[in-house]
Write a protein that binds this ligand. Structure first.
Ligand code: HEC
Ligand code: HEC
Length: 329
């Protein structure tokens, strides 16, 4: 049974937005967040056309590299630019609280998005991750792959009304540190807690060998086969929240092992390493007031360095924003 509440204004997706995204209008009565939701059980679905589409969508999102990755045989299907799966970051196939869940996503779009300063559709949001987290190309809207992914997302929102507010969307929102996140301290956390799976050079561990389109047992965190510098995960606050609630693999937000400081520092370390570069990032957040203070690409808030945008402390930047100081056009 999916617990639900009719949300007033806030939607499931609103959790995943940058803090700078304007809040949706608030209605008179705000219902409490639904706490006891879980992803619907896919094994109960019949093996009819709908059931097949849902399963296909789930497979595409789990084994993205096998279907639309850069190593698949059919060159026309090479939409993703790296060998990650969508579920490298959307935990338990989109069913985990604070693990970038997709439960509730379908019913929270179309949605205002600060990055575009426009209303975006679910398909456009999927393609946002295709072009950034997957460092690839957008999937055509009418492709079988897009239809299957949309069907899986629709299934995950079965019975949830439009505008429902679910607890546990996005990732943990950690309180910003009063100091800058420290990549040097983060390297020590990495060596102690992450290196066993993600490798001494962040390269991860392949399931097979390069070129076989079988993806990773442990995904890379930086380098040429990782997410690009326009991805949400490059924001240190966002990465820290994800890491604290989901890493090392095996934990959830209920039994986190890192302190907030360790999570910020290791997020800073990972995001100070080289990764693919997305062109034309200065076109993101055309309404500059929407640009998150930890978005670590130009143009920057006047008076603050690239470094401070990336690692913090972010409170002074936030204070300047509140006085109307924004990155230039
Ligand atoms: C490197 C990590 C990563 C990978 C890989 C990734 N995503 Fe995401 N995705 C995120 C993060 C982080 C967010 C939310 C934060 C934000 O707004 O940027 C997000 C948000 C989304 C959302 C919006 C969810 C909501 O409720 O608002 C959708 C839909 C989505 N991703 C689909 C996909 C699909 C489909 C793929 C694979 C083709 C994918 N993602 C791969 C990190 C990733
Ligand atoms: C036991 C193995 C293991 C350990 C230890 C581990 N991870 Fe992961 N990590 C994974 C796996 C596997 C995934 C893919 C998601 C999944 O299937 O759980 C992942 C995914 C990720 C992702 C998102 C995907 C990507 O490629 O960017 C990040 C970021 C991440 N881990 C960071 C860390 C950090 C930081 C630590 C140390 C605090 C850590 N991990 C420790 C196994 C591990």
């Amino acid at each position: 049974m999916i617990g639900l509440a009719i949300g007033a204004g806030l939607t499931a997706g609103a959790f995943a937005q940058s803090p700078a995204t304007p809040a949706a209008p608030t209605a008179a009565v705000v219902a409490p967040a639904a706490k006891d939701w879980q992803a619907p059980d896919i094994s109960k679905l019949a093996d009819d056309k709908y059931g097949q589409m849902v399963r296909q969508g789930k497979a595409l999102m789990e084994e993205t590299y096998k279907h639309i990755g850069p190593e698949v045989k059919d060159v026309n299907k090479r939409y993703a630019g790296n060998n990650l799966g969508c579920t490298s970051c959307h935990m338990e196939a989109g069913g985990r609280k604070f693990g970038n869940p997709w439960v509730g996503t379908f019913v929270s779009f179309p949605q205002y998005r600060g990055r575009e300063d426009a209303i975006s559709t679910t398909e456009e949001r999927i393609n946002g991750c295709m072009e950034r987290s997957m460092n690839g190309k957008p999937l055509p809207l009418d492709s079988a792959e897009m239809k299957a992914m949309m069907t899986y997302l629709q299934f995950l929102s079965t019975g949830i009304p439009v505008g429902a507010k679910l607890e546990g969307g996005g990732t943990l929102k950690l309180k910003a540190l009063a100091r800058a996140a420290d990549p040097v301290a983060g390297k020590l956390v990495y060596t102690a807690t992450c290196v066993a799976c993600h490798g001494d050079n962040g390269q991860g561990v392949r399931r097979g060998k390069a070129g076989d389109a079988n993806g990773y047992q442990f995904p890379p965190l930086w380098g040429p086969d990782s997410y690009n510098n326009g991805a949400g995960m490059t924001r240190v606050t966002l990465a820290a929240g994800f890491i604290k609630g989901n890493m090392p693999s095996g934990i959830t937000h209920l039994n986190a092992v890192l302190t907030d400081e360790q999570a910020f520092d290791v997020a800073a370390y990972i995001n100070s390493q080289p990764r693919p570069v997305k062109k034309n990032l200065e076109a993101d957040f055309p309404a500059r007031k929407n640009k998150p203070v930890d978005a670590a690409f130009a143009p920057y808030t006047p008076g603050f360095s690239a470094e401070q945008h990336k690692f913090g402390p972010w409170q002074p930047i936030q204070a300047a924003r509140e006085k109307g100081v924004y990155p230039p056009k």
